[in-house]
Design a protein around this ligand. Structure first.
Ligand SMILES: Cc1ncc(COP(=O)(O)O)c(C=O)c1O
Length: 408
Protein backbone atom coordinates (compact mmCIF):
# COMPACT_ATOMS: atom_id res chain seq x y z
CA UNK A 1 0.00 0.00 0.00
CA UNK A 2 1.23 3.48 -0.86
CA UNK A 3 0.79 6.07 1.89
CA UNK A 4 0.19 9.78 1.31
CA UNK A 5 2.24 11.71 3.86
CA UNK A 6 1.49 15.04 2.18
CA UNK A 7 -2.07 14.91 3.47
CA UNK A 8 -2.66 17.31 6.38
CA UNK A 9 -4.79 15.67 9.05
CA UNK A 10 -6.54 17.97 11.55
CA UNK A 11 -5.34 16.95 15.00
CA UNK A 12 -7.05 19.66 16.99
CA UNK A 13 -10.05 18.22 18.78
CA UNK A 14 -8.21 15.00 19.71
CA UNK A 15 -6.54 16.44 22.84
CA UNK A 16 -3.19 16.32 21.05
CA UNK A 17 -0.44 17.69 23.29
CA UNK A 18 1.47 18.95 20.27
CA UNK A 19 -1.45 20.86 18.76
CA UNK A 20 -3.65 21.83 21.69
CA UNK A 21 -1.40 22.30 24.68
CA UNK A 22 1.61 24.38 25.59
CA UNK A 23 4.36 23.47 28.06
CA UNK A 24 3.67 24.67 31.56
CA UNK A 25 6.17 27.35 32.53
CA UNK A 26 8.88 25.84 34.68
CA UNK A 27 7.90 22.20 34.06
CA UNK A 28 8.24 21.04 30.46
CA UNK A 29 6.72 17.66 31.32
CA UNK A 30 3.40 19.22 32.31
CA UNK A 31 1.17 20.84 29.73
CA UNK A 32 -1.73 23.23 29.88
CA UNK A 33 -4.52 23.70 27.40
CA UNK A 34 -4.09 26.55 24.98
CA UNK A 35 -6.67 29.25 25.36
CA UNK A 36 -9.26 29.44 23.94
CA UNK A 37 -10.19 25.77 24.18
CA UNK A 38 -9.25 23.88 21.01
CA UNK A 39 -8.11 27.15 19.55
CA UNK A 40 -4.80 27.88 17.98
CA UNK A 41 -2.46 30.37 19.56
CA UNK A 42 -1.22 31.07 16.07
CA UNK A 43 1.98 29.06 16.35
CA UNK A 44 2.76 26.09 14.12
CA UNK A 45 3.66 23.21 16.45
CA UNK A 46 6.94 21.55 15.48
CA UNK A 47 7.84 20.55 19.00
CA UNK A 48 7.27 17.37 21.12
CA UNK A 49 8.22 14.10 19.44
CA UNK A 50 5.23 12.62 17.67
CA UNK A 51 4.42 12.60 13.97
CA UNK A 52 1.54 14.32 12.19
CA UNK A 53 1.04 11.17 10.08
CA UNK A 54 -1.58 8.45 10.64
CA UNK A 55 0.04 5.18 11.67
CA UNK A 56 0.21 2.10 9.38
CA UNK A 57 -3.18 0.89 8.09
CA UNK A 58 -2.77 -2.62 9.62
CA UNK A 59 -2.43 -0.98 13.05
CA UNK A 60 -5.65 0.98 12.60
CA UNK A 61 -7.40 -2.18 11.40
CA UNK A 62 -6.14 -4.18 14.37
CA UNK A 63 -7.31 -1.49 16.81
CA UNK A 64 -10.72 -1.20 15.18
CA UNK A 65 -11.14 -4.97 15.23
CA UNK A 66 -10.20 -5.05 18.92
CA UNK A 67 -12.52 -2.13 19.69
CA UNK A 68 -15.43 -3.86 17.96
CA UNK A 69 -15.27 -6.67 20.46
CA UNK A 70 -16.47 -4.17 23.03
CA UNK A 71 -15.09 -5.75 26.20
CA UNK A 72 -11.90 -4.22 27.55
CA UNK A 73 -11.34 -6.10 30.77
CA UNK A 74 -8.02 -7.04 32.36
CA UNK A 75 -5.75 -8.33 29.65
CA UNK A 76 -2.47 -10.24 29.66
CA UNK A 77 0.09 -10.30 26.86
CA UNK A 78 -0.08 -13.41 24.68
CA UNK A 79 3.18 -15.11 23.57
CA UNK A 80 2.66 -13.48 20.16
CA UNK A 81 3.40 -10.08 21.78
CA UNK A 82 6.97 -11.03 22.72
CA UNK A 83 7.19 -12.92 19.43
CA UNK A 84 6.55 -9.73 17.47
CA UNK A 85 9.26 -7.87 19.43
CA UNK A 86 11.73 -10.74 18.93
CA UNK A 87 11.03 -10.95 15.19
CA UNK A 88 11.34 -7.17 14.73
CA UNK A 89 14.65 -6.84 16.57
CA UNK A 90 16.06 -9.83 14.70
CA UNK A 91 14.88 -8.81 11.25
CA UNK A 92 15.55 -5.07 11.43
CA UNK A 93 18.63 -4.96 13.60
CA UNK A 94 20.19 -8.42 13.71
CA UNK A 95 19.62 -8.49 17.47
CA UNK A 96 18.71 -11.90 18.86
CA UNK A 97 16.37 -11.25 21.79
CA UNK A 98 14.99 -14.06 23.96
CA UNK A 99 11.28 -13.61 24.77
CA UNK A 100 11.88 -13.82 28.52
CA UNK A 101 14.21 -10.79 28.41
CA UNK A 102 11.27 -8.48 27.61
CA UNK A 103 9.68 -6.45 30.42
CA UNK A 104 6.68 -4.45 29.22
CA UNK A 105 6.20 -0.97 30.70
CA UNK A 106 3.72 1.84 30.03
CA UNK A 107 6.37 4.07 28.46
CA UNK A 108 10.11 4.57 28.39
CA UNK A 109 10.07 7.62 30.66
CA UNK A 110 8.26 5.77 33.48
CA UNK A 111 10.74 2.91 32.95
CA UNK A 112 13.73 5.25 33.23
CA UNK A 113 12.38 6.56 36.52
CA UNK A 114 11.86 3.03 37.81
CA UNK A 115 15.28 1.85 36.62
CA UNK A 116 16.91 4.65 38.60
CA UNK A 117 14.84 3.84 41.68
CA UNK A 118 15.77 0.16 41.35
CA UNK A 119 19.51 0.42 40.75
CA UNK A 120 20.64 3.75 42.22
CA UNK A 121 20.42 4.58 45.92
CA UNK A 122 19.63 8.12 47.06
CA UNK A 123 22.76 10.26 46.86
CA UNK A 124 24.43 8.01 44.27
CA UNK A 125 25.07 9.31 40.75
CA UNK A 126 23.79 8.78 37.22
CA UNK A 127 25.78 9.92 34.20
CA UNK A 128 24.06 11.66 31.28
CA UNK A 129 25.46 13.30 28.15
CA UNK A 130 23.96 16.75 27.60
CA UNK A 131 22.52 18.25 25.58
CA UNK A 132 20.08 15.38 26.08
CA UNK A 133 16.36 14.59 26.26
CA UNK A 134 15.22 16.63 29.26
CA UNK A 135 13.34 13.85 31.12
CA UNK A 136 16.74 12.20 31.72
CA UNK A 137 17.62 15.14 33.95
CA UNK A 138 14.32 15.07 35.84
CA UNK A 139 14.28 11.26 36.18
CA UNK A 140 17.61 11.40 38.03
CA UNK A 141 16.65 14.34 40.20
CA UNK A 142 13.15 13.09 41.01
CA UNK A 143 14.42 9.78 42.30
CA UNK A 144 16.91 11.04 44.83
CA UNK A 145 20.01 10.50 42.69
CA UNK A 146 22.58 13.03 41.51
CA UNK A 147 23.39 13.99 37.95
CA UNK A 148 26.94 13.57 36.69
CA UNK A 149 27.33 15.21 33.30
CA UNK A 150 29.68 14.29 30.52
CA UNK A 151 28.76 16.84 27.86
CA UNK A 152 28.99 15.94 24.19
CA UNK A 153 31.52 17.85 22.13
CA UNK A 154 30.47 19.60 18.91
CA UNK A 155 33.18 19.39 16.26
CA UNK A 156 32.75 20.12 12.58
CA UNK A 157 28.96 20.07 12.82
CA UNK A 158 28.85 16.67 14.52
CA UNK A 159 28.61 15.71 18.18
CA UNK A 160 30.99 13.26 19.81
CA UNK A 161 31.36 11.62 23.19
CA UNK A 162 34.28 12.96 25.21
CA UNK A 163 36.07 9.73 26.14
CA UNK A 164 38.76 11.43 28.26
CA UNK A 165 36.03 13.03 30.31
CA UNK A 166 34.09 9.74 30.45
CA UNK A 167 37.18 7.93 31.73
CA UNK A 168 37.47 10.43 34.55
CA UNK A 169 33.75 10.55 35.39
CA UNK A 170 33.21 6.78 35.37
CA UNK A 171 35.94 6.48 38.03
CA UNK A 172 33.67 8.26 40.54
CA UNK A 173 32.81 5.60 43.16
CA UNK A 174 29.33 7.07 43.58
CA UNK A 175 28.51 6.58 39.90
CA UNK A 176 26.13 3.61 39.48
CA UNK A 177 24.38 4.15 36.15
CA UNK A 178 25.00 5.81 32.79
CA UNK A 179 22.08 6.63 30.51
CA UNK A 180 22.87 6.45 26.84
CA UNK A 181 20.60 7.91 24.18
CA UNK A 182 20.99 6.06 20.87
CA UNK A 183 20.10 7.61 18.46
CA UNK A 184 20.73 10.71 20.51
CA UNK A 185 17.87 13.14 21.12
CA UNK A 186 18.29 16.06 20.36
CA UNK A 187 21.56 16.05 18.38
CA UNK A 188 20.67 13.08 16.13
CA UNK A 189 23.87 11.06 16.43
CA UNK A 190 23.58 7.34 15.72
CA UNK A 191 26.46 5.99 17.79
CA UNK A 192 28.81 3.69 15.93
CA UNK A 193 29.71 0.17 17.01
CA UNK A 194 33.17 1.46 18.01
CA UNK A 195 31.79 4.30 20.14
CA UNK A 196 29.36 1.95 21.88
CA UNK A 197 32.09 -0.56 22.67
CA UNK A 198 34.32 2.15 24.17
CA UNK A 199 31.42 3.53 26.22
CA UNK A 200 30.27 0.06 27.29
CA UNK A 201 33.78 -1.06 28.22
CA UNK A 202 34.40 1.94 30.45
CA UNK A 203 31.09 1.41 32.21
CA UNK A 204 31.55 -2.30 32.68
CA UNK A 205 35.11 -1.95 33.99
CA UNK A 206 33.90 0.53 36.58
CA UNK A 207 30.76 -1.40 37.60
CA UNK A 208 28.44 1.21 36.10
CA UNK A 209 25.13 -0.12 34.74
CA UNK A 210 24.22 1.10 31.23
CA UNK A 211 20.66 2.13 30.45
CA UNK A 212 20.42 2.49 26.69
CA UNK A 213 17.37 4.43 25.50
CA UNK A 214 16.83 3.19 21.94
CA UNK A 215 13.33 4.49 21.40
CA UNK A 216 14.45 6.24 18.18
CA UNK A 217 16.44 3.22 16.96
CA UNK A 218 14.25 2.51 13.94
CA UNK A 219 14.46 6.06 12.63
CA UNK A 220 17.79 6.24 10.92
CA UNK A 221 18.65 8.20 7.77
CA UNK A 222 20.17 6.98 4.54
CA UNK A 223 23.74 5.76 4.82
CA UNK A 224 23.60 5.21 8.61
CA UNK A 225 23.21 2.01 10.52
CA UNK A 226 21.76 1.70 13.99
CA UNK A 227 23.65 -0.60 16.38
CA UNK A 228 21.56 -1.82 19.32
CA UNK A 229 23.60 -1.95 22.53
CA UNK A 230 22.37 -5.54 22.76
CA UNK A 231 24.51 -6.54 19.78
CA UNK A 232 27.91 -5.25 20.88
CA UNK A 233 28.96 -8.36 22.75
CA UNK A 234 27.76 -10.62 25.55
CA UNK A 235 29.55 -9.10 28.54
CA UNK A 236 28.97 -5.51 27.50
CA UNK A 237 25.39 -6.10 26.36
CA UNK A 238 24.68 -8.04 29.53
CA UNK A 239 25.52 -4.95 31.60
CA UNK A 240 22.57 -3.05 30.16
CA UNK A 241 18.86 -2.40 30.36
CA UNK A 242 17.71 -1.46 26.87
CA UNK A 243 14.63 0.69 26.39
CA UNK A 244 12.65 0.06 23.22
CA UNK A 245 9.17 0.86 21.94
CA UNK A 246 7.13 0.90 18.74
CA UNK A 247 5.93 4.38 19.71
CA UNK A 248 8.35 6.70 17.86
CA UNK A 249 8.72 4.25 14.95
CA UNK A 250 5.00 3.94 14.20
CA UNK A 251 3.57 7.04 15.91
CA UNK A 252 1.84 5.24 18.77
CA UNK A 253 3.03 7.26 21.78
CA UNK A 254 -0.48 7.69 23.19
CA UNK A 255 -0.85 3.92 23.55
CA UNK A 256 1.81 3.79 26.28
CA UNK A 257 3.48 0.57 25.22
CA UNK A 258 7.22 -0.01 25.60
CA UNK A 259 9.59 -2.87 26.30
CA UNK A 260 12.69 -2.88 28.45
CA UNK A 261 14.99 -5.65 27.30
CA UNK A 262 17.33 -7.05 29.95
CA UNK A 263 19.38 -10.14 29.14
CA UNK A 264 21.02 -10.51 32.56
CA UNK A 265 18.79 -12.62 34.77
CA UNK A 266 19.79 -10.95 38.03
CA UNK A 267 19.24 -7.41 36.74
CA UNK A 268 15.94 -8.44 35.19
CA UNK A 269 14.70 -10.03 38.42
CA UNK A 270 15.43 -6.81 40.32
CA UNK A 271 13.66 -4.68 37.73
CA UNK A 272 10.66 -7.02 37.58
CA UNK A 273 10.37 -6.93 41.35
CA UNK A 274 10.29 -3.12 41.22
CA UNK A 275 7.73 -3.23 38.42
CA UNK A 276 5.57 -5.55 40.52
CA UNK A 277 5.72 -3.13 43.43
CA UNK A 278 4.26 -0.35 41.32
CA UNK A 279 1.07 -2.40 40.90
CA UNK A 280 1.32 -1.90 37.15
CA UNK A 281 -0.55 -4.69 35.36
CA UNK A 282 1.05 -4.76 31.94
CA UNK A 283 0.10 -3.19 28.64
CA UNK A 284 -3.56 -2.93 27.73
CA UNK A 285 -5.52 -4.59 24.92
CA UNK A 286 -4.92 -1.73 22.51
CA UNK A 287 -1.19 -1.65 23.15
CA UNK A 288 -0.99 -5.38 22.48
CA UNK A 289 -3.01 -5.18 19.25
CA UNK A 290 -1.08 -2.16 17.99
CA UNK A 291 2.39 -3.51 18.78
CA UNK A 292 1.77 -6.85 17.08
CA UNK A 293 0.29 -5.26 13.95
CA UNK A 294 3.02 -2.61 13.77
CA UNK A 295 6.00 -4.92 14.20
CA UNK A 296 4.56 -7.70 12.02
CA UNK A 297 2.88 -5.65 9.27
CA UNK A 298 4.18 -2.08 9.52
CA UNK A 299 7.54 -2.36 7.81
CA UNK A 300 6.43 -1.04 4.42
CA UNK A 301 4.87 2.02 6.11
CA UNK A 302 8.13 2.58 8.00
CA UNK A 303 10.21 2.45 4.81
CA UNK A 304 7.89 4.98 3.20
CA UNK A 305 7.80 7.33 6.18
CA UNK A 306 11.62 7.23 6.45
CA UNK A 307 11.88 8.20 2.79
CA UNK A 308 9.41 11.06 3.32
CA UNK A 309 11.20 12.35 6.43
CA UNK A 310 14.49 12.11 4.51
CA UNK A 311 12.88 14.35 1.86
CA UNK A 312 11.81 16.79 4.57
CA UNK A 313 15.34 16.87 5.89
CA UNK A 314 16.80 17.67 2.46
CA UNK A 315 14.11 20.33 1.96
CA UNK A 316 14.93 21.93 5.32
CA UNK A 317 18.69 21.86 4.72
CA UNK A 318 18.36 23.49 1.29
CA UNK A 319 15.89 26.08 2.56
CA UNK A 320 17.96 27.09 5.57
CA UNK A 321 21.28 27.07 3.71
CA UNK A 322 20.02 29.35 0.95
CA UNK A 323 17.37 31.38 2.79
CA UNK A 324 18.35 31.65 6.46
CA UNK A 325 22.15 31.41 6.53
CA UNK A 326 22.31 32.81 10.07
CA UNK A 327 20.92 29.49 11.27
CA UNK A 328 22.95 26.29 11.14
CA UNK A 329 21.54 22.78 10.70
CA UNK A 330 23.08 19.92 12.64
CA UNK A 331 21.99 17.20 10.25
CA UNK A 332 20.60 14.25 12.20
CA UNK A 333 21.84 10.75 11.41
CA UNK A 334 18.76 9.38 13.15
CA UNK A 335 15.47 10.66 14.67
CA UNK A 336 13.04 13.08 13.03
CA UNK A 337 14.32 15.88 15.24
CA UNK A 338 16.63 18.56 13.89
CA UNK A 339 18.99 20.53 16.11
CA UNK A 340 19.15 24.05 14.78
CA UNK A 341 22.05 26.29 15.67
CA UNK A 342 20.56 29.74 16.27
CA UNK A 343 23.63 31.26 17.93
CA UNK A 344 24.11 33.44 14.84
CA UNK A 345 20.94 35.33 15.81
CA UNK A 346 22.79 36.66 18.85
CA UNK A 347 20.03 36.12 21.43
CA UNK A 348 20.10 34.70 24.93
CA UNK A 349 17.79 31.75 25.72
CA UNK A 350 14.87 33.83 26.93
CA UNK A 351 15.04 36.16 23.95
CA UNK A 352 15.38 33.24 21.54
CA UNK A 353 12.31 31.52 22.99
CA UNK A 354 10.24 34.69 22.58
CA UNK A 355 11.57 35.19 19.07
CA UNK A 356 10.40 31.73 17.93
CA UNK A 357 6.97 32.02 19.51
CA UNK A 358 6.13 35.70 19.16
CA UNK A 359 7.95 36.64 15.97
CA UNK A 360 8.36 33.45 13.92
CA UNK A 361 5.19 31.91 15.39
CA UNK A 362 6.65 28.43 15.32
CA UNK A 363 6.73 26.29 18.45
CA UNK A 364 9.95 24.30 18.84
CA UNK A 365 11.70 22.88 21.91
CA UNK A 366 14.21 25.33 23.31
CA UNK A 367 17.76 24.02 23.42
CA UNK A 368 18.38 25.26 26.95
CA UNK A 369 15.89 22.63 28.22
CA UNK A 370 18.33 19.91 27.16
CA UNK A 371 21.09 21.15 29.44
CA UNK A 372 24.73 22.06 28.77
CA UNK A 373 25.48 22.73 25.11
CA UNK A 374 21.83 23.56 24.39
CA UNK A 375 22.03 27.34 24.77
CA UNK A 376 21.39 29.06 21.45
CA UNK A 377 19.93 25.93 19.83
CA UNK A 378 16.38 24.71 19.26
CA UNK A 379 14.98 21.27 18.40
CA UNK A 380 12.57 21.11 15.48
CA UNK A 381 10.33 18.10 14.75
CA UNK A 382 10.12 17.56 10.99
CA UNK A 383 7.75 14.55 10.99
CA UNK A 384 4.92 16.49 9.38
CA UNK A 385 3.51 17.09 5.89
CA UNK A 386 6.03 19.07 3.86
CA UNK A 387 3.57 21.90 3.37
CA UNK A 388 3.53 22.56 7.13
CA UNK A 389 7.31 22.43 7.32
CA UNK A 390 7.45 24.89 4.41
CA UNK A 391 5.07 27.25 6.18
CA UNK A 392 7.13 27.10 9.35
CA UNK A 393 10.36 27.83 7.48
CA UNK A 394 8.74 30.72 5.59
CA UNK A 395 7.63 32.22 8.89
CA UNK A 396 11.10 31.77 10.32
CA UNK A 397 12.79 33.34 7.32
CA UNK A 398 10.50 36.38 7.43
CA UNK A 399 11.03 36.84 11.16
CA UNK A 400 14.83 36.62 10.81
CA UNK A 401 14.85 39.09 7.91
CA UNK A 402 12.63 41.50 9.80
CA UNK A 403 15.17 41.68 12.60
CA UNK A 404 18.24 41.96 10.41
CA UNK A 405 17.65 42.14 6.64
CA UNK A 406 20.28 40.41 4.53
CA UNK A 407 22.42 43.03 2.81
CA UNK A 408 23.57 40.95 -0.17
C1 LIG B 1 14.97 9.58 23.98
C2 LIG B 1 13.52 9.46 24.36
N1 LIG B 1 13.16 8.59 25.32
C3 LIG B 1 11.86 8.45 25.68
C4 LIG B 1 10.87 9.20 25.10
C5 LIG B 1 9.46 9.07 25.54
O1 LIG B 1 9.12 7.76 25.80
P1 LIG B 1 7.69 7.35 26.30
O2 LIG B 1 6.67 8.16 25.55
O3 LIG B 1 7.62 5.88 25.98
O4 LIG B 1 7.65 7.60 27.77
C6 LIG B 1 11.20 10.12 24.10
C7 LIG B 1 10.18 10.95 23.48
O5 LIG B 1 10.43 11.89 22.81
C8 LIG B 1 12.56 10.24 23.72
O6 LIG B 1 12.95 11.10 22.78
Amino acid sequence: MKYDFDRVVERRGTHSVKWEFVPDAGNPLRWKKKAPLFGNDGTLPLWIADMDFPCPAPVVEALVARARHGIFGYTEKPPSYAGAVVRWMGRRHGWKVAPEWICATPGVVPALNLLIRTFVAPGEKVLIQPPVYYPFHSAVRNNGAKILESPLVLEGGRHFMDFDDLREKTADPLLKMAILCNPHNPVGRVWTHGELVRFGTLCRERGVLVVSDEIHGDIVHEGRRFTPFGTIGGRLSGNACICTAPSKTFNLAGLHTSNIIISDEGLRARFEKSLGRTGFLGVGPFGIAALEAAYDQGESWLEQVLAYIGGNLRFLKDFVRSGIPRIGVIAPEGTYLVWLDCRGLGMDSLRLERFWIEEAKVRVDQGSLFGKGGEGFVRMNIACPRVLLGQALDRLKRAVEKRAPLTT
